[in-house]
Design a protein around this ligand. Structure first.
Ligand SMILES: NC(=O)c1ccc[n+]([C@@H]2O[C@H](COP(=O)([O-])OP(=O)(O)OC[C@H]3O[C@@H](n4cnc5c(N)ncnc54)[C@H](O)[C@@H]3O)[C@@H](O)[C@H]2O)c1
Length: 355
């Protein structure tokens, strides 16, 4: 597929090159219907330029949908820097990238993603005003996993309410795949709520750290979690957790977790539904992080951001009910709701305002 001929629906795709610093980046803006595009910068050693372009296009579209359902006044964008962050990340490269972000004059706000950290945002911000997800020393909100986990917990309560008629996980068994930054905070919310928790992680130190604090948390091998009897499965590691191998054997009534892109391929949502499993769409329940960085643009207020992340409960419930009403899977219902907000609110820009 060529980006020049494919109708991807993007508003703007910017190729950024600075030979001296080695910068090769692509900034993709899917939509500014709801406001300036917002989405992180991924620094990744793609196998090819085409792979980098595809990732930027896919991720920016995903951000438009996520931001729309998070109720933000932001469209969707994402950038990728093509290179190895361990060897290619230098001050001149990040600052060159920052100048390209600045050149868009606020159509795109950047933040952290895979391969970039708050310290990198501070460097990029030396060249651009349109950077969020910064360090606390620079007015940033810090670690976004706190509100991401809180939001996932709200989504899980909503799914429980829809499925079992009670908005608590008390007495239920929840399996968490991946107890990194988000997963470990989710453990705390679930234990506080009275759930039994079983965890799995390829990093045994992460598992041990949780069990040292909470002896009642069980652990199983990563491959064993999906076949472990549980009420809720929470993928909090990598994408593609729901695939042709896991879905047929999954022992859970609800899937609700933080990982991005949990459905391994198109149609997977239907396979999940056919097994009677309720899927809370990933990009809806994991939007606490982007809610945090969006709040930071205004000057971070934790309680205000937390209040907005609490809204993930209502949005998740609305989507599950819409899926029922319209006879579609929750993943399709989420997309429809996002598209409606982008169309209905985006349309308001046609009401002329004098400048
Ligand atoms: N951090 C955020 O604010 C945020 C926001 C939205 C979405 N997410 C998504 O949530 C997921 C978790 O994010 P994080 O910040 O906690 O990442 P992290 O890297 O801190 O944690 C991921 C954990 O998963 C473990 N893991 C990797 N492969 C595994 C496997 N096959 N089985 C079990 N465990 C495995 C890792 O060892 C690690 O402990 C990611 O998919 C991320 O994209 C994170």
């Amino acid at each position: 597929m060529s980006v020049f001929t494919a109708d991807t629906g993007h508003e703007q795709v910017v190729f950024c090159s600075d030979q001296a610093s080695g910068l090769r980046a692509i900034i993709a803006i899917y939509s500014t219907a709801l406001g300036p595009a917002l989405g992180g910068t991924r620094f990744y050693p793609y196998a090819s330029e085409a792979d980098a372009i595809h990732d930027a296009l896919d991720l920016s579209k995903g951000m438009a949908y996520k931001n729309a359902l998070a109720g933000l006044d932001h469209g969707g964008g994402k950038a990728v820097i093509w290179g190895d962050p361990r060897t290619d990340k230098t001050e001149p490269l990040l600052r060159a990238y920052g100048r390209f972000v600045e050149s868009l004059n606020g159509r795109y706000y950047t933040a952290c993603d895979v391969g970039t950290y708050v310290a990198d945002m501070d460097v990029i911000a030396r060249e651009s005003r349109f950077v969020t997800g910064r360090s606390p020393e620079h007015g940033g909100a810090g670690d976004s996993s706190v509100l991401t986990a809180y939001g996932v917990f709200q989504g899980m309560r909503a799914a429980a309410s829809y499925r079992w008629g009670v908005d608590t996980l008390a007495g239920k068994r929840v399996g968490i795949a991946g107890v990194g930054k988000v997963g470990r905070h989710l453990v705390e919310h679930l234990l506080d709520d009275g759930a039994a928790v079983v965890i799995a992680d390829v990093n045994t130190a992460a598992v041990e750290a949780i069990q040292a604090k909470h002896a009642q948390v069980e652990a199983v091998a990563p491959d064993a979690l999906v076949v472990t009897p549980m009420d809720v499965y929470a993928p909090c590691a990598l994408g593609g957790a729901l695939d042709d191998e896991t879905v047929p054997v999954l022992q859970a009534e609800i899937v609700c977790g933080a990982a991005n892109n949990q459905l391994a391929h198109a149609g997977m949502d239907k396979d999940v539904a056919d097994r009677g499993i309720l899927y809370a769409p990933d990009y809806v329940v994991n939007s606490g992080g982007v809610i945090q960085v969006a709040d930071e643009i205004e000057g971070f207020v934790f309680d205000r951001a937390k209040h907005r992340a609490t809204g993930i409960y209502d949005t998740t419930l609305q989507i599950l009910r819409l899926a029922d009403d319209e006879g579609v899977t929750p993943a399709v219902a989420a997309d429809r709701l996002a598209e409606r907000r982008m169309a209905d609110v985006g349309r308001l820009r046609t009401i002329h305002l004098p400048r």
